[in-house]
Every structure is written in structure tokens, then in C-alpha cells.
Design a protein around this ligand. Structure first.
Ligand code: SF4
Ligand code: SF4
Length: 958
């Protein structure tokens, strides 16, 4: 037996080495195919090592799923220990009583060996049962294992089970070796019982058992190595080796996930800026158009994916039946990478991104015209849920944005709706295509002066904060209410602030995440120059996207800012006693509220607590949490420039999230981002239209809630006010003369207490209307570029009206397909979206119905028809008078009972509470004196990191 075991073990070991060594070399060769990584992945090696050890040894990321994490830790620990156990088995083939020197018979080592063997056996059985319980055969797409390679999982699980158990079995035989001086139960606390139960007495028999089990352990390990050596894409096994490196080389040396800022655009590992465009090679590849355009870290990411599906289980696109699954994306890219690297026929020519026939799948790593369907690529909201969940720190969002960059900058192949987004950003500095001169309309009628830099202020040095209003806060009617509420709260708290007014331009978040890096950089450069000119140091923003971009991305443009979200600042002011929610009086109504975490506030920036703390001090409000909250919150569907794209595949993401919010029974769904507000408001309106939500339910920003409470107005329309209570909710609709400035985003049926009374209720509930339904307040300006607007410094790039990328020729810009296409001598006919100039709008572009703002088809009664063609069309000429102006209209006459937000009433309303919105601010009413702050019990601290949501209760329900 001994000789057989020895010979067979050595033969298997040689075979394994024969397969494994070339396999590792192949893998390294594949990873080296990638571009240099940008930014550097080797800064602060000490911090990287600590992070790696924390995430591996302590399983900090795995433990986000408590029971799975615990069981996996046992298996992980057994695997580490097993390496020594397999090595020891070789020695036991020579001497069955062999033990490790020094520690071999040391109690702690022996006890650890046995307990880790037992626990890993329990752990792997638990994981096997877990996989079976959540098998796609019963859960379908809802299973996180949907699409994973099952034979590989079974193989790994089976071998792990045998290896863990073998530790106990061999020790059972060791215990039975007759002259073993350590053969006591104290040395063999578990294995001795196993040995007694299974093995015969006698030295010879037990020696043979040791030889056999030692051989068995070696054989299992070698078979495992041979199989994984033959399958380089077997991430479920390879991650045991590659995860250490993948974590060490993660993007952020601080240990945080690859969220917040997007990875910079790089060519050959060097960051590319607008100023570099002229110096780029003609064939420079911007973004990722082929597998070898990924950095080596990207290729290591794909290699390391374990197919665990945690990312898939959290992905809002996947959850709403869209083709995007971050797991399948990683698996598809990995498979294609290794096939292409192996030189398999046809793979060199295959497009990475393409649009297939109905029969073609979304992921075709093995064959077909393309690898990834473009619908999968453009379905991503960049919410970061996948990155947040991934236990091995894969950086999905960076990879997706890099692939989008190539499609936009090189291929000019992107959803046609983005044409108008890019054009509006470039020419008008905002995605709504509104006049840059209307940026201050939101502040009209406030009972105090909002100081504008360049007019009322020389620089921002003389005030505490720059209030960054943002495009939504300046142009979108619901966003404007948030801006007004924040301004009023800051004013009441005695906080000095100024705004940039018409000098503000979009931060470029949507452009960057849609892949248009150069439009983003143009906007960022312009804003940074403005910041420098006016000495901006501290910024408060209401939009989570602006907040993220200003905080995390503008430092690359040479400016250091302290950026806070308005919920953070307001929370601080409440805790300092400078804003005091008034205790509910006798007439106050109770209401239930829930909070939706904006992805770019929560996951991307870990701001979870301040908005919740604010909401929890509101009088009369009982707080209820949605099941998916905090780190595991569910996107509203607006991020990643999805706000501006059609959502024609699967369920609407905003409907999925709104349904969850409504199902909590909350009267008020509270948000901290104007994008989320649009998406959820439209969702509520659509649900109300089909009786899926109570009429009382409304969507509000945290600032509006706080303002109402500071004013002592905690009543909501959720309950009828008791007799004698202020009748805000029951106020009659304002007469037609008090025509609302707000669009009918909430229809009559869904009108919020805080909405201004519509002139006439619509015949049937208006299901949300579109974000884009708003006609421009003014005719579009004649085409000038965003960068034409009196920049502090003249831009270095051509700015003569057309696209950022148009060649400055005397001839009309050619609709060049690629960024680098030479202009043609003659202008070509208007191209279709995928082929045209990046910013050209095809003359015959099909009307693009509003996407995000439009509720489900059943509820698609829009308030107003789009004036012409696409909702994204730019009105070059003033349209027929038709629709209401979107910017706050210049009032001609005071509304007798108008909203406090109504502009310039002739006289202040006699009783501002008795009509209009609870949150309305009477224009002519003198500024409310700042209430004498009654210090309230301040929250203990202002933790940035919210507690992880409560773990699921069922043993297998992680
Ligand atoms: S960022 Fe969000 S939408 Fe995009 S793949 Fe990840 S989880 Fe899905
Ligand atoms: S990308 Fe990460 S979370 Fe997703 S399946 Fe792979 S290892 Fe799991």
C-alpha cells in the first residue's frame, strides 16, 4: 500500500505540475495583454496590504451576507490549512506517525486542525444546500446563481467537502496507531471518536489507512489542480489564488470600493484630457473597444470573478428583466478574453459590443458577431450595487463606462436620445436645454435676497458656502422647490451663502457616465475656472450627482473643495440648535415616512445617516425603512445618464422602487436627490393612476420636510386635519388665476399637499408627465457652444458653435463617424444616430418619447404633448405659444390664494396657511425671523456610515 500510495502520489503531483505551470504562465500572459492601469495600483503598499488582509482573513466583504460569509470563512480557513495538510501527507507516506515539528503535537494546533476540518465540512454542506435552495430551477432569474457554471461549482464543492472531511479521517487513523504516544482524546478531540467508530485496531491496518488517506488527500488536491489548470476561466476555483492580488491592486489604496469618481479616461495608462486631443495618435483608442483595451487590472478582475452572483442579485437592471447582469458581463468578457488570447479562430475580428438579431443572446463569448449586446451596456445606471457587493473587489462600473466611452468617442454608436443630451450640455450647459440665463428663476419670489456672485458678491470668500443649485435645482420644477427650501433653511439658520447664478453650468455627471468624457471635461474645466475666479472653497449641493462629481472628480482639475450634501449641512444645523423642528401641536397630524437612498449619496459616498437623523427628529413623523435600504438600496433608475434615455426593456426601475416604497405604507417618500425625486414622483403618479397607491402618498425632499417642521407645519394630506387645525391640506384649489408654476407632474389624483393647486384638475390623473414635457421658457439660443459662454479664459478647443469635436473648418462640420474621422469635403446628409457626429441631431430623428419621466404604458396619459418631434428636439424657433412656460412664469397678477411660491403676488396672501402648499413661501411676506433655536437633543454623533441593514433571518436566506 505504501509503495503504491507513494508512486501514485508522485505521479499525480508531476502531472499536476505539468498542467499547472503552463496554465499559470498562460494566465499571466493573458493579464499582461492589458493596458497599464490608471491610476497607479501600487501607491501606499502598506495600506493595500492591510486592506487585503482585512478583506481576506477577516472576510469583511463576505460578511455583508452574514451566514454565507461565516460558512465561507470556515471553508477558506480549511483551504489555507489544507495546503499544510497536503504537504504533511507526503511525509506521512513515508512515516505514518510523522507530525509537524514543534507544533505537530501542540494542543492548540491539533484542536484547530480538527475543528477547522469539522467546521469546513459543515460549512461546505451548508453552502451546497444554500446553492440548491436558491437554484435557478426554483428561482429562475431571481437566483443569484442564474447563469453561473454549475458543473464547476459542484466540482469545487465536492472536492472541498472531501478535503475537509479527510482531515478528520486521517487523524482518526493516526489516533489508532497503537504505539502512538500522543494517542489520547485530549490530542484528538474529534477524530478519536471517528477512529473508534470506523477503524479497526492494530498498527498495520491503521498504517495502511494513513497511507491510503494521505494518498487520497494528495490525489484530490492534484486532480483539483489539474482540472483548474485545464480551465483558466474557472473563477470559482482560481479566485482562491487571484483574489489576493485583485484586492491588493484595487483602485483605491484607502480600501474603499471603486465608486465615487469614475476612473479617468486613459490611453496606454496615461490620463487623457481635452488638451491632449490634438496630440493623440490617429489610431488612439479612447475607452475600450476590444478586450486588450482593458487594463491588466480589468483582465485580472474578469479572471477573479467567482460567479457568486452577489452583484447580479442587487443589480436594478437585472431585477427589472433587462439584459444586463454584472456577473454575466464579467463571465462573458472573461470567456472571450481567454478564447481570443488562445488565438481561437474568429475571435480577433469579433466586435466587443454589437446589436444582434432576436435569436442572438446578450452575451456571446464563444461565437457570433459580437460579444456583449449593446442593450446590456446601456442598461447600467452606474448605481454601484455590484461594486459594493462584490467580495473580490471587481470594478464593474469603471469597465462599463470605459466601454461606453469607446462607443461614444470612437464609434459614435449610442442611444439616439443621448444626442440631445450632449448637444444641450455643450450648447446650453444643462441637460434640460434651458436658457443659461434662466438659472436664477428658482429664487424668484423668495422673501430674502439670494446673493449671486459677480452681482451681489465679489467672491465667495465673504460667505460661508457656495450653494451649488445644479441644473435640476434651477430648472426642474420639483427640484426648484428643494432649492427654495434649502435657501430658506440656510437663511433661517443665519448661514451666509452665495450662488453662481448664470455662471453655474452642469457638472457633467451624466455626460461622463454616458461615455462622453470630453463634454464632461469641458464642463468641469469651465466650472473649475469659475470656482477659482470666485475663490470657492466650501460647497453645499442638493443633487447627489453634483455632490459626487464636485466632491470626487473635480480635484483632478486642480481644485480642492469641501463639498457637503444639503442633508449633511442641515443635520449639522439642527444638531447645533440653529434649526429647530417645532414640536407637534394639538392639531398636528401623524404620518409615516420612508427614505430612499440616492445611489450617489449612499453607496458612492457613504452618506446614509444624516438624512435619516433629520427625518427621525421631525415631529409627528414615524419612520419606516424599506427592505432594500442603505448599502443594499435599490436604484431609482436615473443614474448613468439613464435619466435621459428610453427605458423600453422590462419593468421600469422607478416603478419597481416606487412599489417597494408605497408598500411600506408610508405617506411620504423622502429623497435627497432631484433625479430620484423625478423618478419616484412619476412612479407614484403612475401607481395612483391605476389605484396602486393611495392618493395621499407623495414624494418630497428631506429639505422640504425639515422646512415644514421648522415652521411647525407637520400636517400632511395623509390625514384629515382635526377640527381647528390649519387647513392647509383641505384648502380649496386656487382659482385659475393662481395658475401653478409647477407642471402637472403629479396629477390631480396624486397632487401633493406641497404641490401648488392646479388651475383646473386634469380630467383624469396625469400620470407623471415627462421630465421633458416642459417647454423651454425661452426660445433656444442660437446654437452657441456651452464653451462660448464668456468663459473666464478662452477655451483652447474649437468652440465655434458645433460639436466639441467638430473640426474647425470653414465648411459645415461633417457628420464624422468617429472622433478622428477626417472631415469630408462636402457635408453629408444628416446621419442617423449611430453614425453621425457625436452631437449632430439627425434632421429626421424620430421623436423620442420621454423615458424616465413617463410612467408605464398603461398610465401614459401625458399632461402635454411634446411640442414637436422628439422630446429632445431643440426648439430653434419659439414654438407656438402653446404650452406653459416651464421656468417660473413672470406673474402678471397676484394669485388671491396662491402658493407662497407663486411669483410676485400683488399682495401677500392674508393667510398663507389657509391655502396653497404647506411649504409655500409667501413672496411678499417678510422674511421669517430666524426662530430662536431651542436646542434639541443632539444626535450622539454624525456617523457617515449607516449601520448595515438587518440581516435576513432564515439560515439560508442571506
Ligand atoms: S452599476 Fe448598478 S445597474 Fe450597473 S451593473 Fe452594477 S448593479 Fe447593475
Ligand atoms: S463580479 Fe463579484 S459579485 Fe459578481 S459574480 Fe463575480 S465575484 Fe460575484
Amino acid at each position: 500500500m505504501q509503495i503504491f500510495a507513494l508512486v501514485a502520489s508522485l505521479a499525480l503531483t508531476l502531472a499536476a505540475l505539468f498542467v499547472l505551470v503552463p496554465a499559470v504562465r498562460s494566465m499571466l500572459r493573458v493579464i499582461r495583454m492589458g493596458q497599464p492601469a490608471s491610476p497607479s495600483r501600487t501607491d501606499d503598499p502598506g495600506a493595500r496590504t492591510v486592506t487585503m488582509l482585512k478583506e481576506t482573513v477577516l472576510h469583511t466583504r463576505m460578511l455583508q451576507w452574514t451566514w454565507v460569509g461565516v460558512m465561507h470563512w470556515f471553508v477558506f480557513a480549511a483551504f489555507l490549512f489544507l495546503s499544510t495538510a497536503v504537504l504533511g501527507a507526503y511525509f506521512q507516506l513515508i512515516d505514518p506517525e510523522w507530525a509537524w515539528p514543534i507544533v505537530g503535537h501542540w494542543y492548540p494546533f491539533e484542536w484547530f486542525s480538527e475543528f477547522i476540518g469539522a467546521l469546513s465540512t459543515v460549512g461546505i454542506i451548508w453552502l451546497i444546500l444554500y446553492r440548491q435552495k436558491h437554484h435557478p430551477r426554483s428561482e429562475g432569474r431571481g437566483s443569484r446563481f442564474f447563469g453561473s457554471t454549475f458543473w464547476q461549482a459542484y466540482f469545487v464543492e465536492f472536492l472541498a467537502l472531501l478535503e475537509g472531511a479527510a482531515i478528520l479521517f486521517i487523524r482518526g487513523a493516526e489516533f489508532h496507531l497503537a504505539d502512538h504516544e500522543h494517542a489520547t482524546r485530549a490530542h484528538f478531540p474529534l477524530a478519536s471518536w471517528l477512529g473508534d467508530a470506523l477503524y479497526p485496531a492494530g498498527q498495520g491496518a491503521n498504517e495502511n489507512l494513513v497511507y491510503f488517506i494521505a494518498f487520497f488527500k494528495i490525489a484530490l488536491a492534484m486532480v483539483w489542480l489539474i482540472v483548474i489548470g485545464r480551465n483558466l476561466t474557472m473563477g470559482i476555483a482560481w479566485h482562491r489564488f487571484t483574489a489576493w492580488f485583485n484586492i491588493w491592486f484595487k483602485r483605491e489604496s484607502s480600501g474603499r470600493t471603486a465608486l465615487g469618481a469614475v476612473k479617468p479616461l486613459a490611453v496606454g495608462g496615461k490620463t487623457v484630457t481635452l488638451d491632449d486631443i490634438d496630440d493623440l495618435d490617429e489610431d488612439a483608442r479612447l475607452g475600450v473597444g476590444a478586450i486588450e483595451d482593458f487594463s491588466w487590472k480589468g483582465l485580472l478582475d474578469f479572471t477573479t470573478c467567482t460567479e457568486c452572483g452577489r452583484c447580479q442579485s442587487q443589480c436594478p437592471a437585472w431585477h427589472t428583466e433587462k439584459p444586463l447582469s454584472p456577473k454575466l458581463l464579467m463571465m462573458g468578457l472573461r470567456e472571450h478574453t481567454y478564447l481570443k488570447a488562445a488565438g481561437q479562430a474568429g475571435h480577433a475580428e469579433r466586435a466587443l459590443i454589437g446589436k444582434g438579431d432576436a435569436g442572438e443572446g446578450s452575451y456571446n463569448p464563444e461565437g457570433g458577431d459580437f460579444v456583449i449586446d449593446e442593450d446590456a451596456l446601456w442598461s447600467c445606471t452606474t448605481c454601484g450595487a455590484c461594486v459594493e457587493q462584490c467580495p473580490v473587489d471587481i470594478e464593474h462600473v469603471d469597465h462599463i463606462v470605459d466601454m461606453r466611452r469607446y462607443q461614444v468617442l470612437i464609434e459614435s454608436n449610442f442611444p439616439s436620445e443621448l444626442n440631445q443630451l450632449f448637444k444641450s450640455l455643450e450648447t446650453r450647459g444643462n441637460p434640460w436645454n434651458m436658457s443659461p440665463n434662466a438659472r436664477m428663476d428658482w429664487a424668484k419670489g423668495l422673501p430674502f435676497e439670494v446673493k449671486e456672485v459677480g452681482k451681489d458678491l465679489e467672491s465667495l470668500e465673504s460667505v460661508d458656502w457656495l450653494f451649488w443649485v445644479g441644473c435640476a435645482g434651477a430648472y426642474e420644477d420639483r427640484g426648484k422647490k428643494t432649492s427654495r427650501a434649502v435657501a430658506e433653511l440656510l437663511h433661517m439658520a443665519g448661514v451666509s451663502f452665495g450662488v453662481l447664478g448664470n455662471r453655474e453650468t452642469c457638472t457633467g455627471d451624466s455626460a461622463r457616465r454616458a461615455g462622453n468624457e470630453f463634454v464632461f471635461q469641458g464642463l468641469a474645466q469651465e466650472n473649475v475656472e469659475t470656482f477659482k475666479e470666485f475663490k470657492v472653497k466650501k460647497v453645499v449641493a442638493t443633487c447627489a450627482h453634483c455632490f459626487n462629481t464636485l466632491k470626487n472628480e473635480y480635484k483632478a482639475f486642480g481644485i480642492e473643495l469641501e463639498v457637503v450634501h444639503h442633508t449633511q449641512l442641515l443635520n449639522r444645523l439642527v444638531r447645533e440648535g440653529r434649526l429647530t423642528p417645532v414640536a407637534p401641536g394639538d392639531g398636528a397630524n401623524q404620518r409615516s415616512i420612508t427614505y430612499h437612498d440616492p445611489c450617489y449619496l449612499g453607496r458612492h459616498n457613504q452618506v446614509y445617516s444624516p438624512p435619516r437623523e433629520l427625518l427621525q427628529v421631525l415631529p409627528g413623523a414615524s419612520y419606516v425603512e424599506m427592505e432594500r435600504n442603505s448599502e443594499r438600496s435599490f436604484c431609482c433608475g436615473a443614474g448613468g445618464a439613464r435619466m435621459w434615455m428610453e427605458e423600453s426593456l422590462g419593468e421600469r426601475i422607478n416603478m419597481n422602487r416606487t412599489t417597494e416604497a408605497v408598500d411600506t405604507g408610508a405617506d411620504q417618500i423622502v429623497v435627497g436627490c432631484p433625479f430620484c425625486r423625478v423618478m419616484l414622483s412619476d412612479g407614484v403618479t403612475a401607481l395612483q393612476a391605476k389605484a396602486g397607491a393611495r392618493e395621499e402618498v407623495e414624494v418630497l425632499d428631506v429639505a422640504q420636510m425639515l422646512l415644514a417642521s421648522v415652521k411647525g407645519e407637520s400636517a400632511t394630506k395623509a390625514e384629515k386635519p382635526p377640527a381647528g387645525a390649519p387647513a392647509a391640506a383641505a384648502a380649496p384649489a386656487a382659482p385659475a388665476a393662481a395658475a401653478p408654476a409647477e407642471p402637472a407632474a403629479s396629477g390631480a389624483a396624486g397632487a401633493s399637499l406641497f404641490d401648488e393647486a392646479p388651475a383646473e384638475p386634469p380630467a383624469k390623473p396625469v400620470s407623471g408627465g415627462s421630465l421633458f414635457d416642459e417647454p423651454t421658457a425661452e426660445p433656444a439660443a442660437p446654437a452657441g457652444s456651452l464653451f462660448d459662454e464668456a468663459p473666464a479664459k478662452p477655451p483652447t478647443k474649437p468652440t465655434s458653435g458645433g460639436s466639441l469635436f467638430d473640426e474647425p473648418t470653414a465648411e459645415p462640420a461633417a457628420p464624422a463617424g468617429s472622433l478622428f474621422d477626417e472631415p469630408t469635403a462636402e457635408p453629408s446628409p444628416a446621419p442617423t444616430a449611430p453614425g453621425g457626429s457625436l452631437f449632430d441631431i439627425p434632421a429626421d430623428e424620430a421623436p423620442a418619447p420621454a423615458t424616465t419621466g413617463t410612467p408605464e404604458p398603461t398610465a401614459e396619459a401625458t399632461a402635454k404633448a411634446a411640442p414637436s418631434g422628439s422630446l429632445f428636439d431643440i426648439q430653434e424657433e419659439p414654438a407656438t405659444p402653446g404650452p406653459e412656460p416651464t421656468a417660473e412664469p413672470e406673474p402678471v397678477q397676484a394669485a388671491p390664494a396662491g402658493s407662497l411660491f407663486d411669483e410676485a403676488p400683488a399682495e401677500p396672501p392674508a393667510d398663507p396657511v389657509s391655502s396653497g402648499s404647506l411649504f409655500d413661501v409667501p413672496e411678499a411676506t417678510p422674511a421669517a425671523p430666524a426662530p430662536t433655536p431651542e436646542p434639541i437633543a443632539a444626535p450622539e454623533a454624525e456617523p457617515e456610515q449607516h449601520e448595515a441593514p438587518e440581516e435576513p433571518k432564515g439560515l439560508f436566506d442571506d
